[in-house]
Design a protein around this ligand. Structure first.
Ligand code: SER
Length: 335
């Protein structure tokens, strides 16, 4: 993967990724290790990752971000210049466990921001989400600055987190950077507990030759992004010169917008018999409160954001890679 510039960290700098076993963390850790050298990128997670690439390809630390003394020990030991703090409860899970969702998403962020200031970390990356928007927000082409009023625990915690990031930037000159990710879709790992996750599961079912029962309605449009674009955006933002950044809460970030029905149609170009049915559950309400598409003009202007993948291009790539991971007998079922 090409990145536009590499000014933020040099090859010898150390980087800490907290939540390295998650959907984004797994891929970001891999990408950072390619860029900076495996031994310079410390992966940390609350659990031993199921995918042992994270653990075996470079340094790994078991770390609960709510355990501040342990977090500080890890930072003191490795002296990272950058920390990527990705540990969070996603929307559907946080709705089921609101107090813990709030605690993990907020106290975890405070621990990282405070430790960064106290221990001399230069840059912090923290992901926000389309969940910061709510039912009062303009749904189409949602602007960077608009009515927010999120109505999920996850969204409330992300919006509060954004404001805190901006506050730490203003008050403490901490170089915090953030993106409002749309739903992220990748083939390397399964996401956990998100409302947009149907768009990952559906591909796994298609490749396994199984029908898919979707928990959202057929015509539910949400902003989405393929993982390579998300990685590119993250690294481009982190490498961008600080004086060009006008947003210190979190940047709107868009790539594509589609509905479950459109994903199924895209999949049928490869698997004509693929069957989808719809059984909306509580996640429908969450999806209905979020934007359908995002205006990311500020990100394009400030640091040159430009997505590469649309729905069909993503579908082709997802299916190709998932098939390569299938047993041989199923892998011969190619379009
Ligand atoms: N993908 C997230 C979720 O569905 C939104 O940022 O919770």
């Amino acid at each position: 993967m090409e990145t536009t510039s590499r000014t933020a960290a040099t090859a010898a700098d150390t980087i800490l990724v907290i939540g390295a076993g998650g959907q984004l963390g797994l891929e970001l850790t891999h990408e950072l290790r390619q860029l900076y050298g495996a031994s310079n990128v410390v992966a940390a997670d609350v659990r031993e990752p199921k995918n042992d690439e994270v653990q075996q390809a470079g340094p790994f630390e078991l770390l609960d971000v709510l355990d501040k003394p342990r977090l500080e020990d890890v930072i003191r030991h490795y002296k990272p210049k950058q920390v990527y703090h990705l540990a969070a409860l996603l929307s559907a899970t946080a709705e089921k466990n609101p107090k813990f969702g709030w605690q993990l998403n907020m106290d975890g962020l405070f621990n990282v921001l405070d430790a960064a200031i106290d221990l001399g970390v230069q840059q912090v990356y923290w992901p926000s989400s389309i969940a910061v928007f709510g039912p009062d927000t303009p749904r189409h082409n949602t602007p960077q600055l608009t009515v927010m009023n999120p109505n999920t625990v996850y969204g409330i915690s992300k919006l509060a987190g954004e404001q805190w990031c901006e506050w730490y930037f203003r008050k403490h000159k901490l170089d915090v950077r953030s993106l409002r990710y749309p739903g992220l879709i990748g083939y390397k790992s399964l996401p956990g507990g998100g409302t947009t996750d149907y768009a990952v599961d559906i591909y796994h079912k298609a490749v396994a030759g199984q029908p898919y029962e979707c928990f959202l309605k057929a015509d539910t449009y949400l902003p989405m992004m393929y993982m390579p674009d998300a990685l590119q955006a993250t690294l481009d933002l982190m490498h961008a010169p600080a004086d060009g950044l006008t947003v210190r809460s979190s940047y709107n970030l868009g790539a594509m917008s589609f509905s479950p029905e459109e994903v199924a149609t895209s999949i049928r170009r490869h698997y004509p018999d693929f069957h989808i049915s719809y059984q909306p559950d509580s996640r429908q309400q969450i999806a209905d409160s979020w934007p359908a598409s995002i205006d990311d003009a500020q990100a394009r202007k400030d640091w040159g954001w430009q997505p590469q993948f649309d729905l069909n291009k993503m579908t082709d790539d997802m299916l190709l890679h998932l098939r390569l991971r299938q047993p041989v007998a199923e892998a011969i079922h190619v379009a």
